[in-house]
Every structure is written in C-alpha cells, then in structure tokens.
Design a protein around this ligand. Sequence first.
Ligand code: TYD
Length: 228
Amino acid sequence: MAGQEIDHTPRFITFEGGEGVGKSTQVKLLLEKLHNEGVGTVRTREPGGTPRAEAIRSFILSGQPQSWGTGAEAVLFAAARLDHVNELVAPSLEAGKWVLSDRFHDSTRAYQGLNGGVDTKLIDALEILALNGHTPDLTIVLDMDPEKAFERVEKRALEDGIPISADRFEREDLEWHRRLRDAFHDIVKNNEERCVMLSADQSEEELAEEVWALVRGRFPEIESVATG
Ligand code: TYD
C-alpha cells in the first residue's frame, strides 16, 4: 500500500507443549502457509537444529545423563540451545528469514524447572546465556489432556505400523505428564504478551487454521513481506 510503512522484521515463532500434542505437524503446516505467501522460512527443532546440538540431543534422549539429575539436564539443554541460537536461529533471522522452532526455552522451564525441580533462578540464568537476546516473538503452546494425547500417539503408531519406543521423557508416568501440562499453563499465564495457548484436542486441519489466524493477526505484515 502506497505511503504505508511495512514492517519487514523477520519473526521467531516457537511451538511448545507436552508429549504427543502434534507440534511437529503444526510447525510443518505453518511453514507451508508462510511459504505460499512468499515468506522465507527456516524450520528447526530442539533439542537439536545444529550438528553439535543434535549430538547433545541423542545423549540426553538416550537417558544416560538422567542419573546426573535434572540440573545437569537443564545445563545440557542450554548448551545445545546456545549453539542452536548462535549457529542457526540468529543467522537465519539476520538473513531475513522467519524461524519456526519445534520447542525452545519454555521446554526447559517446564520439563527441568517447574516439573523437574530446578530452581527458577538457575533457569532464568541459563535462559540469559542460551537465548543471547533472541526471545521468540510468539510462542504457541498446544494444550491437551496427556491421557488423550498418548491414546492418539498409540493409535497413529498402530495405523502407520510403527513400533512405539519411548525416550527419556516419554517414559515418565501420567501424573508427571499432568504436572507438565500445569507447568505450561503457568508459563502462558506469566508470559501473556508472548504466549498463546491453543487446544490440540481438535483435528490437525482445524488447529492449523487457528494457528494461521493467530499468526496473521499478530503479524499482519505477512501479506506484504513477499512483495515489499
Ligand atoms: P522429541 O522427540 O523432540 O519430543 P517431542 O516430539 O515431544 O517434541 O524429544 C524432545 C524431548 O526433550 C521431549 O520429551 C521434551 C524434552 N525437552 C526437555 O526436557 N527440555 C528442553 O529444553 C527441550 C527443548 C526438550
């Protein structure tokens, strides 16, 4: 539109939530929608996203450092995040690309902090170190009753003929996953500007439409990013 300032700032959007809520699918669907609008986008995940962070991911999810305690796990996740931010997130944003991450720092606060007992001050300090100033512009927290989420994961695995193999965190009991859900609720309540909670207890398509409406509402410049 002539005469109107268009904000071309690339955005950093993270997806969070408990196990089996369908984050990865939603990240993929949002990436496709942004791509169709001509917005250059990078899709990534945590733990991981860079070779060094993926190495830390394999180590943590194997369960080997579990006996060191949740504090050590928080430090390992933060080390992976620091590399991810410095090597992928920050350079992508600087290159004008939007970044979509399947999990980011809120997972450490929920899993290791609120649910894992690691002191909030330590989690705060690790965030300062690992984020290096790159707080997400928007965090979409997908919410679902963990019992239902597990049923859905089992059903999908059966349909796809994939054997279910639980990693370090998936092996925790239902009570633990309920507390994890509460932790994400707390995080949303304490970060109302940045975080939006959406119910994952609906079809993938319906949820993707909600996500898209939210993202376009937050960043109306999307429609002019490609042409600007
Ligand atoms: P993943 O297979 O990616 O799980 P999901 O599909 O649910 O995202 O495994 C990542 C696991 O690591 C997941 O159980 C959440 C956990 N996690 C933490 O405990 N702390 C963190 O900071 C991050 C990023 C992940």
